[in-house]
Design a protein around this ligand. Structure first.
Ligand code: ATP
Ligand code: MG
Length: 397
């Protein structure tokens, strides 16, 4: 072993899986390998609900690696840890220098021992007390506080080795992307839909994205903004196939042929129709939108029912019960908020009716829509849809 240090990545919800657990583990390992490739060579092994990530050379910046792995779904917590032999002498000898940085600024600490290997001669409380004593001697400025310590030192006695580490950092949680199938996200340039994509990716769903543009009413900048959002989602979602649909002709036809008060709901139904045709080509099993009940006129229960009526596959709306403030909080945390609030117009805003019908009935909508046969235009829009792939850091997954 070249390095004396590795990263421990501990499972979240996956640890509760039964017989199919190894399927989840395999996907997580693959996702990690892809993410790690740009940082150097690593050896990955799994045992006891943990993935051990050992760099094969000593020039790897483990903090940078940790920072990336924080976004990988399926991992509940991460830490850098020192690899020790399973003897107290080696644990003492390595812990003291290893923990120097972590303990330098602390006033109080405690040691927590986890003894997975029950054959280890000392019990957990004894390991904690012994190592605590050695650390106190080496760092006399410290005192022990078991309730509220500045630093918790953890010693884990596992099958092959003992590991010593300071603080854990929080992982992204959820399930590994790719374990729950693929779905198509209706991605606007707004705040909500990127958060909706993030939420579903966190449940293990591999995301493709679809965006509708209406040139010349919408600009290239508006489309580029959505492409940027796609790129910003890749640290969480992995690679994203991005479909861009020319929507001008359909929007103009709705405006010309249908009553203005129904414009938005009919437009949503067109979006759904087109999205479903793309799912058939792209192998997606569901659609995802950023809708939240009551947020705008097209998101009342009645309007949603009218939109849903054209969908033959499930439509997931992970933000349906969330307040705007909660959605904004997530958008800030995942880093999409700033791009989402760039001031470029969306195709929805271009033809927004002054007085949309807030509680439309399906029969009314169907009657209004039947004034024009959109079939041909929908097919044409699908035919002229472009596709590009966004990848995290250019990695080829
Ligand atoms: P967002 O912040 O996601 O734009 P919003 O609150 O502005 O949401 P709407 O504009 O009513 O809400 O859009 C509702 C949902 O419809 C969006 O969350 C998105 O999933 C989808 N959508 C709207 N416009 C587009 C578009 N131009 N391309 C793709 N999907 C869209
Ligand atoms: Mg919007």
């Amino acid at each position: 072993m070249i390095n004396n240090e590795l990263i421990l990545a501990k499972y979240g919800e996956m640890a509760l899986k039964g017989l199919n657990r190894s399927t989840f583990e395999d996907v997580l390992m693959k996702n990690l390998c892809r993410r790690l490739r740009t940082f150097g060579a690593f050896r990955l092994t799994k045992a006891q609900s943990t993935i051990y990530i050992e760099p094969k050379s000593d020039d790897v910046d483990l903090d940078e690696v940790l920072d990336q792995l924080k976004c990988v779904f399926g991992i509940a917590s991460l830490c850098r840890a020192c690899i020790c032999e399973k003897t107290m002498d080696d644990i003492y000898a390595k812990s003291v220098p290893y923990l120097e940085e972590a303990l330098a600024c602390a006033k109080t600490f405690k040691v927590e021992a986890k003894r997975a290997d029950k054959a280890f001669p000392l019990k957990s409380p004894e390991i904690s007390a012994e190592l605590g004593g050695v650390l106190l001697e080496a760092y006399p400025h410290l005192s022990v506080d078991v309730r509220n310590p500045d630093v918790t030192v953890t010693v884990e006695i596992r099958d092959t080795n003992a590991f010593v580490h300071g603080a854990n950092i929080k992982g992204a949680g959820g399930l590994p992307v790719g374990t729950s199938g693929k779905a198509l996200l209706l991605l606007s340039g707004g705040i909500d839909s990127p958060v909706a994509g993030y939420r579903m990716a966190r449940r293990g769903v591999h995301i493709s994205a679809i965006h509708y543009v209406s040139p010349p009413y919408t600009s290239d900048r508006a489309q580029e903004k959505v492409e940027q959002l796609c790129q910003e989602l890749t640290p969480y979602c992995g690679s994203i196939a991005f479909f861009c649909v020319p929507f001008t002709e359909i929007q103009e036809a709705i405006k010309t042929h249908c009553p203005e008060e129904y414009f938005t709901v009919i437009m949503r139904r067109m979006m759904m129709e087109i999205a479903q045709k793309i799912t058939e080509k792209d192998g997606c099993l569901a659609l995802i939108t950023g809708e939240s009940v009551g947020q705008v006129a097209s998101q009342t229960m009645q309007a949603i029912a009218c939109t849903d009526a054209v969908s033959r596959i499930p439509v997931f709306r992970p933000l349906i019960g969330m307040d705007k403030t909660e959605i904004v909080e997530t958008a800030r945390a995942i880093g999409t908020f700033e791009t989402s609030t760039l001031p470029y117009e969306d195709c929805c805003t271009v033809f927004t009716p002054k007085h949309p019908k807030v509680r439309p009935l399906l029969a009314e909508i169907e009657r209004a829509q039947s004034r024009f046969d959109f079939t041909h235009m929908i097919e044409k829009a699908v035919e002229n849809t472009s596709m590009q792939i966004f990848q995290w850091n250019g990695s080829n997954d």
